[in-house]
Design a protein around this ligand. Structure first.
Ligand code: SAM
Ligand code: SF4
Ligand code: SF4
Length: 334
């Protein structure tokens, strides 16, 4: 039986950030002027694979059935497949996934599959090479990511989900090219509204392109229609092309928040538990883990963190002051 928070939301998912470092400098997430000079976590500050596995095992015991590895860039963590292997061996894990920028995925996909990774979500905000480089702010060629998407699917990590964040003034001209590229591929393109997570991205509401605006733009080229969710509380609204070219998703975190069905707990790379993307502080587990906490005590800490939870930031956006300091997306993992 899953534990429930103060609004009756069950604990179902654990997102595990395995590093705060990244190989990209996406303008909306890790702007170069801040992150080139940033003080990253030291190795000793980051949870070991044993520590992460222990937390995951207890979380699964408390109702979690979905695990997702994220970051920073999870593929930067050395031999991350060893962590995947341990996590996939936990009884009760029904879904083990990773969110990645895919830079090293072509090389690593077979080992990740062998270790038990079920699927990947790949972030890609542009098809045009110049736009892509502007968004991720590196000189990597977009073809590296496009190839990794195919390699991941071939290795057995499909159907691949592609996450695209649209930021007005930066990449809204990529919406139709992205849609066109992924039509008839079997991969599921999902557009995410640009969110006010963290403070380094200087978010302003005017830069948000809403799902409805995206739906209108895509529909005028290729008509689409909504379909039922795969399961209750699915975050992305599912749509399909009327001409049978496949499925699309829209994640309307700003224009239509879904806090009511938010069942996600987040573990930062340094071992703090966060109950919301917009929380300003977390529950430290690293200290207790390194001080010899028992499984029962660990269970108590996670249970209390979840049962005390009353977050619904996106539903209150604009109505209440922001919690400060706001945790960064690259730290908490999205
Ligand atoms: N580095 C990996 C990647 O990019 O897939 C995993 C971590 S990244 C923080 C996870 C997701 O958060 C990515 O899909 C990224 O596009 C999304 N993201 C980051 N900042 C965001 C923002 N301000 N609004 C919406 N999504 C954001
Ligand atoms: Fe790195 Fe992912 Fe953030 Fe881009 S979105 S900077 S790839 S952590
Ligand atoms: Fe969940 Fe917080 Fe996002 Fe609401 S704002 S959906 S509670 S993470």
């Amino acid at each position: 039986m899953a534990i429930k928070d103060t609004f009756g939301r069950p604990l179902r998912d654990l997102r595990i950030s395995v590093t705060d470092r990244c190989s990209f400098r996406c303008v909306y997430c890790m702007p170069r002027e801040i992150y080139d000079d940033h003080e990253y976590l030291k190795r000793s500050q980051i949870l070991t694979y044993d520590e992460i596995t222990r937390v995951a095992r207890v979380a699964v015991d408390l109702g979690v059935s979905k695990l997702r590895l994220t970051g920073g860039e999870p593929l930067l963590r050395r031999e991350v497949e060893q962590l995947v292997e341990r996590l996939s061996g936990i009884d009760g894990v029904e879904d083990l996934a990773m969110t990645t920028n895919a830079l090293q995925l072509s090389k690593k996909a077979p080992a990740l599959v062998a270790a038990g990774l079920g699927r990947v979500t790949i972030s890609l905000d542009a098809i045009d090479d110049t736009r892509f480089r502007e968004m991720v702010d590196t000189d990597v060629d977009v073809d590296v990511v496009l190839r990794a998407i195919e390699d991941a699917a071939t290795a057995g990590l499909g159907p691949v989900k592609i996450n695209a964040v649209v930021r007005r003034g930066w990449n809204e001209d990529q919406v139709l090219p992205l849609a066109e590229y992924f039509r008839n591929t079997g991969h599921v393109l999902r557009f995410i509204e640009y969110m006010d997570v963290g403070s380094t991205n200087q978010w302003v509401l005017d830069e948000v392109v809403t799902s409805q605006q995206l739906i209108d733009a895509i529909s005028s080229e290729w008509p689409i229609e909504p379909v039922d969710p795969n399961y209750p509380g699915e975050v992305a609204e599912r749509w399909t092309y009327r001409d049978g070219a496949g499925e699309l998703g829209f994640i309307s975190s700003v224009s239509a928040p879904f806090c009511g069905s938010c069942t996600r707990l987040r573990l930062s790379a340094e071992g703090s538990l966060y109950t919301c993307l917009f929380a300003s502080s977390g529950t430290d587990l690293r200290g207790p883990l390194r001080d010899g906490v028992s499984d029962d005590e660990l269970r108590g800490l996670i249970t209390q963190t979840w049962t005390d939870r009353s977050d619904r930031y996106s539903e209150l956006r604009g109505a209440t002051p922001l919690p400060t300091p706001k945790v960064e997306m690259s730290y908490i993992g999205g």
